[in-house]
Design a binder for this molecule. Sequence first.
Ligand SMILES: *Cc1c(COP(=O)(O)O)cnc(C)c1O
Ligand SMILES: [Zn+2]
Length: 434
Amino acid sequence: MTDLTLPDDPDPPDCADDGVWLTCIDCGHDVAPFDDIVYTCPECDALLEARYDSHPTFDAFEGSGVWRYSAALPFETGVTLPEGATPLHYVPGLEEELGLRNLRVKHEGMNPTGSFKDRGMTVGVRVAEELGVDRLACASTGNTSAALAAYGARAGLETLVLLPEGKVAAGKVAQASLHGARILEVDGNFDACLDRVQDLADRGEAYLLNSLNPFRLEGQKTIGLEILEEFRDDEGRFPDRIVLPVGNAGNTAALYKCFRELVAGGDLAPGDVPKLTGVQAEGAAPMVEAIEEGNDETRRWPEVETVATAIRIGNPVNAPKALPGIRETGGTAVAVSDEEITSAQRALAGEGIGVEPASAASVAGLRKLREQGEVGAGEDVVCLTTGHLLKDPDAAAAAGNDPQPVPNDTDKILRHLAGENVEGGLLSRLRSLL
Ligand SMILES: *Cc1c(COP(=O)(O)O)cnc(C)c1O
Ligand SMILES: [Zn+2]
């Protein structure tokens, strides 16, 4: 099992470029980062991760947003809109309901295209420029395609996105479409889309920007850096736990890497590392299954279903990086029902925070773990909400109040508000249809 710390003295191998290289998480093989296009280990096909010749410390960071953390990234800056610097909301109502010492919500829906995927894309597209590719591609449950389309457009590169037919929320398809991506609707689920786009990438047809690409996760590490810095500034300590929704487990892997690098750099004591706590929908929970059964790998779920389409994933590609992260930090994983997700989405909305269903899974999972006594009342917890409410307007409308038709008449509107049935309202409209 992986150590919480990286090697003390990361001597760059010969293949390093400006102090950056890629290392296989299984066999330790080192790869040049920008010579050839490579996604997985050329020796054993396991996942790669980025390594640097120095470890980041908080005093090295300056500026705002993702590129504030360039000391922990492969480049000084990139194709930026700009992203990051998202709010860490106080949620006093939920904090009281859940009986926690501190509860904060990191709202990643406030990124330029409305999800945390922008953090990975600003770095990923910068790497694509370095490699000199001309076509970018991804499989997506929606948000990756929106981010890829926007950042690709900004960089002047062609974009291709593969989406599971009929299973992508309306706002996300609209974004990919308007930003000019070529959208292919695949007759299959997300996992099938990823199989197809990996084939296209292997045949050299496009540069893959799914979270299998290790540089995406470098950008997403900055979620953890922002949470730790801001929570410490407000409370004088680091949070005990970070709860997040899990799809491909890229964020879980990225946060774990963030913690390991800070531990190696000496700014985070191993005992202060937040417990990574993953939440999945009951209808798509291979990570929860692996944690509960103590497996080192996830079983591919052929059929997956949930209202939280962003995490409707049966084969989480980053599981080998994320499972050790949950275990080594003393965290856990839990599955929640669609009803629990919708209820948490309403609770967040009641605090003024509008999120899409997958995001609310974090709060739904925390609720469940509090009820089960797995999370203690004395804990400081940060929940990650990954995407904006407007991403999935249909889910929001279904979870919210129905509009009430009224006549164009102030007196009648007042009578309607007082609870009377007024002509011109819904009833008379229904009558007129009969
Ligand atoms: C991509 C996404 C997720 C899943 O994140 P992973 O890193 O794949 O686990 C969760 N919520 C939203 C809104 C997303 O767009
Ligand atoms: Zn290998």
